[in-house]
Design a protein around this ligand. Structure first.
Ligand code: SF4
Ligand code: SF4
Ligand code: SF4
Length: 413
């Protein structure tokens, strides 16, 4: 095992391969406060990449209802349980550092007779059946099925709650799938960090399916090899005619009705493997400066490159287990956003092109109030996004324009 640095758990960790980093990294931020569970993203991916024979149960993008839903069923509960069994009582954070064991550290010594490189499990066929089982099932009073807490809902935490968790492959910095493959059939592209399965080399051992803690590597029985989300790489490469050679957001991002998604490419410091400073890249800003975008289960150790703004009504303990110790700060900042955060949020789903830099132009004060006892001031600032070539691709304002339909069109829908 080699030692690599994982910034999300704030320490070095063991990993089967030596440290090696791409020039840029595919990354995204999903705002879970906005997801409406419409599954448009799910169908955008399916109708593009997984509509063929043998792919019927393959959903590279899925949206599950937490806490009960999961695709495959109970994927996160099962891997958390395995980690707990491997390190009883030790899976804890202290001062922003994860003190427990990752899937790479818990794996080799603790599972069965056969040594494993990565802690994991193979889901059963039944567990892959439904992409959104227990849809809209809320948590209510303990022990009472189909019931809710009658006293009504109030922030900061609702007693009856659920939320939608949209998921794709996280194109991890230290992928579990890649680490476990005995054929070295999985690789990370040097130009954008996208994790791909070499279809010629794969022999369908399903070690990746077992090792991906997010269960985003999927076996196709009709070809007997594994397939997974490819981050729509032709679009990242600017191959879609729409953007004339400029990097474009993926299918699932571009289709998002709830405008919860922003996707980008972040620069990587090749020496340290960390994100290079890029202050006005919106993904860099949301994750590293505002710190409202948090990784999903950072304690697994793969350093996922998908980040989430946590849902503000969900009990904090649940969220902390899922998104790590940054939850309080992320929700507090999101609920009472400062001027820049409010403006950057307007960039979500305003263009199909990937935004590499943004600029803020200050506008007048339009509103003032108190939110949970904290002062909040809203300014009608203008935010401008630029593509890779430095060309303006979006210009929008904090205050949405209000259009009145003229009388002549009143009855047309
Ligand atoms: S999410 Fe899973 S399949 Fe995707 S790169 Fe990470 S370990 Fe591999
Ligand atoms: S990035 Fe592309 S391949 Fe991956 S889940 Fe989204 S639509 Fe599917
Ligand atoms: S399209 Fe957007 S809002 Fe709809 S389910 Fe997908 S992530 Fe959620």
């Amino acid at each position: 095992m080699n030692k690599v640095f994982n910034w999300q758990i704030n320490r070095e960790m063991e990993y089967p391969h030596a440290e090696h980093h791409p020039d840029r990294q595919f990354a995204f931020v999903f705002n879970l406060n906005r997801c409406i569970g419409c599954q448009t993203c799910t169908m955008a991916c399916k109708s593009t990449w997984t509509f063929s024979k043998g792919q019927e149960f393959m959903w590279w993008n899925n949206v599950e209802t937490k806490p009960y839903g999961g695709y495959p069923q109970s994927w996160d509960v099962k891997i958390l349980k395995l980690l707990e069994e491997a390190n009883p009582g030790g899976q804890k954070w202290k001062d922003g550092t994860f003190k427990g064991k990752t899937i790479f550290e818990a794996g080799p010594k603790n599972i069965g007779d056969e040594p494993q490189r990565v802690l994991g499990y193979l889901p059963t066929d039944e567990e892959w059946r439904f992409p959104n089982i227990y849809e809209d099932n809320a948590v209510g009073p303990k022990g009472k099925e189909s019931s809710y807490v009658p006293e009504g809902a109030k922030l900061p935490e609702h007693k009856t709650w659920f939320f939608y968790l949209a998921r794709i492959c996280n194109h991890c910095t230290y992928p579990g799938c890649l680490a476990a493959c005995p054929r070295n059939a999985i690789y990370k592209r040097p130009e954008d960090g996208v994790v791909l399965v070499d279809q010629e080399r794969c022999r369908g051992y399903r070690k990746c399916v077992e090792a991906c803690p997010y269960k985003k590597a999927m076996y196709r029985p009709s070809t007997r090899i594994t397939e997974k989300c490819i981050a729509c790489y032709p679009r990242l490469e600017g191959k879609d005619p729409e953007t004339k050679g400029q990097p474009m957001e993926t299918r699932c991002m571009a289709a998002c009705i709830g405008q919860i998604r922003l996707q980008g490419l972040v620069k990587i410091d090749k020496k340290t493997g960390e994100w290079a400073e890029d202050r006005y890249n919106p993904i860099y800003y949301l994750v590293k400066i505002a710190k409202v975008g948090l990784p999903l289960y950072p304690q697994f150790g793969t350093e996922p490159n998908g980040f989430y703004i946590p849902p503000r009504w969900v009990p904090r303990d649940f969220l902390k287990q899922m998104f790590g110790p940054g939850v309080d700060h992320a929700i507090d900042s999101y609920m009472v956003p400062d001027r820049e955060l409010l403006a950057v949020q307007q960039l979500f789903r305003k263009t199909n092109q990937i935004i590499f830099r943004y600029e803020l132009k200050e506008g007048p004060k339009v509103f003032e109030t108190q939110i949970h006892g904290k002062p909040f001031t809203m300014y009608n600032d203008t935010i401008i996004g630029y593509n890779q070539a430095g060309k303006e691709v979006v210009r929008t304002q904090v205050e949405e324009p209000f259009h009145v339909r003229p009388n002549i069109h009143q009855n047309s829908i």
